[in-house]
Every structure is written in C-alpha cells, then in structure tokens.
Design a protein around this ligand. Structure first.
Ligand SMILES: [Zn+2]
Length: 68
C-alpha cells in the first residue's frame, strides 16, 4: 500500500497516510482540524530496496600498467 503525504491547507502541517491508489479519503489536520490536501510526491520512493548506489568523488578507473 503506497504512502501519501498530506499537507494542511491552513497551517501547512504535514502528515503521512497509507491508503490504496483508488481510494480518495479525506483527512483532517491533527493540528488545527483543517483540510488536508494530497501532495503529488509519494513517500518512500527514494530508497527502493538496496539497489541504489552512492556516487562518490573517487575515480574507480584503475591505472593498470599494460605491458606489451
Ligand atoms: Zn492544520
């Protein structure tokens, strides 16, 4: 089930809610009771499993001496 980030239209309070793709539930702000609107960005899509790699500044190309 995907996680969605909701932002309060009144005070800007952010909450994360879990619900299905087809569902469009309405949440009220836990801070001021205002209307929460869904933001486009999904939560938890950045680190998808362990398949990501870190790009560091080190140059991985080895200077192999090639003797002919
Ligand atoms: Zn609020």
């Amino acid at each position: 089930m995907p996680m969605y980030r909701y932002v309060c239209e009144k005070c800007g309070n952010e909450e994360v809610h879990l619900h299905g793709l087809s569902e469009t539930p309405s949440f009220s702000c836990g801070n001021c009771g205002g209307k929460m609107s869904k933001t486009i960005s999904k939560v938890g899509i950045v680190f998808k499993g362990s398949g990501f790699y870190i790009t560091d500044s080190k140059n991985p190309t080895k200077a192999e001496s090639k003797t002919e």
